[in-house]
Design a protein around this ligand. Structure first.
Ligand SMILES: Cc1cc2nc3c(=O)[nH]c(=O)nc-3n(C[C@H](O)[C@H](O)[C@H](O)COP(=O)(O)OP(=O)(O)OC[C@H]3O[C@@H](n4cnc5c(N)ncnc54)[C@H](O)[C@@H]3O)c2cc1C
Ligand code: FES
Length: 252
């Protein structure tokens, strides 16, 4: 983990309200693993005070990229960065996906901006695993396909692909995958993650979920990002013990 001042390479609106931010960060790029994140100070002054956490979406040589949607002040400031702007970043943080193993099928489940960490993961595993992506959103405009492969799409309103939620879509396709040879990786809103967890646990399919919590420090000091553990009596830290957890290990 390092705190560095990076140089903005580009900010691009890849679809309405969805941005990619690419920065020059050789030392973070060299250390990063898929599923890790960075804690970004969005402004040069101290407002807003807290850094904002973003998954590393892709690593390309000495550059790393993030993908984000406009939520509030922090993401609005980031969306206005220009080539050459300096941004203070701490990273890489968190445990990343546990994607090494004997399984054959990697099923990627993404809801909305939950697509963000997957381009990097997919690039790392696609030569070794059979990758299928299940991408969901409320409607067509919420579907983010950047970096996805072999994709099945669902929308709640039926405006694109399967009419229903992404777990219903997964359920309709799951019998074509041998469950003992399959691992699920899921990132998206908490209700979606809860449904994916219940689905995978009930089917006995190995599943890892990318959890979220509002964060301050991002590396285990402030204890501000706890979620309930099912394995110990207590809690685990999303920033340090996660953000990836086996579905059965946490209560979200
Ligand atoms: C480990 C981790 C990785 C993340 N990766 C990404 C990513 O790759 N792309 C992306 O777009 N977002 C990601 N997020 C969420 C992102 O950090 C928040 O959307 C961002 O901090 C909002 O900042 P803001 O200043 O624009 O909004 P704020 O003004 O801070 O908040 C606006 C609204 O967003 C809600 N919010 C704030 N922080 C979070 C949060 N952490 N999770 C959910 N809701 C939040 C607030 O409750 C509020 O309602 C990630 C979060 C975590 C914990
Ligand atoms: S954000 Fe500070 S301990 Fe996790």
């Amino acid at each position: 983990m390092q705190q560095i001042k990076t140089i903005t390479e580009s900010v691009e609106e890849i679809q309405k309200g969805i941005f990619t931010l690419k920065v020059l960060a050789p030392s973070i790029a060299a250390d990063a693993r898929p599923g890790q994140f960075c804690n970004i100070k969005v402004n040069e002054d101290n407002f807003p005070l807290l850094r904002r956490p973003f998954s590393i979406s892709e690593v390309d040589g000495d550059h790393i990229s993030f993908m984000f949607n406009l939520v509030g002040l922090g993401t609005e400031i980031l969306s206005r960065k220009k080539k050459g702007d300096v941004i203070d970043i701490i990273g890489p943080l968190g445990n990343g996906f546990n994607f090494v193993g004997d399984y054959k099928n990697a099923l990627i489940i993404a809801g909305g901006i939950g697509s963000a960490p997957f381009p990097y993961l997919i690039r790392e595993i696609e030569n070794d695993k059979n990758v299928a992506c299940f991408v969901g959103g409320r409607s067509k405009a919420d579907i983010i396909l950047s970096g996805m492969k072999n994709t099945f799409v669902s929308t709640d309103d039926g405006s694109e692909g399967f009419h229903g939620n992404v777990v219903q879509l997964l359920n309709s396709k799951i019998d074509s995958f041998d469950k003992d040879e399959t691992k699920i990786f899921a990132c998206g809103p908490t209700p979606m993650l809860r449904a994916v967890s219940e689905f995978s646990i009930s089917r006995g399919i190995n599943c890892e979920i990318s959890t979220e919590s509002v964060m301050a420090c991002g590396f285990g000091i402030c204890q501000g990002c706890v979620i309930e553990s099912t394995k110990t009596d207590g809690f685990v830290l999303v920033c340090k013990d996660g953000p990836m957890f086996n579905a059965e290990d946490v209560r979200i």
